[in-house]
Design a protein around this ligand. Structure first.
Ligand code: NI
Length: 128
């Protein structure tokens, strides 16, 4: 993915994203994908049975909605780990830029398939 031997820049990566809710892989590390995503509005309720999911907000604000616990509001610089097996639904009132870290096999909508679902192969297409 051309990620070795040079620095990368988050703002540059986000600048290449054109679609909301369409994460793209920017780095791989020890079987984990680091992804960037622009999000706006409501995602879909889903869970990842076997994988935790790390969220870091780079721009804007994101609410992680839960069914069985209080919502978590993330503002710029805030991060949060969604535990494996816990149903969640991200929501952003306005455009938000999010960094995600999760195992390479993690499906971003879990076992939920909707119009919004992107395959892991689609997410792994290099930016630029
Ligand atoms: Ni998720």
């Amino acid at each position: 993915m051309g990620e070795t031997l040079r620095q990368r820049n988050l703002d540059a990566a986000f600048g290449q994203l054109t679609d909301f809710w369409s994460p793209r892989v920017v780095a791989t590390t020890n079987g984990q994908y680091v992804k960037v995503a622009k999000v706006k509005g409501e995602f879909v309720w889903h869970a990842h049975a076997g994988e935790d999911e790390f969220f870091l907000v780079h721009r804007g604000a994101l609410t992680i909605r839960y069914r069985d616990r209080p919502d978590v509001v993330l503002r710029e610089g805030d991060f949060h780990v969604v535990p494996k097996g816990v149903e969640h639904n991200p929501f952003a009132a306005d455009e938000c830029w999010v960094v995600l870290v999760e195992p390479a096999q993690t499906k971003h909508t879990g076992e939920t398939v909707s119009d919004i679902t992107k395959s892991i192969e689609q997410q792994a297409v290099p930016l630029g």
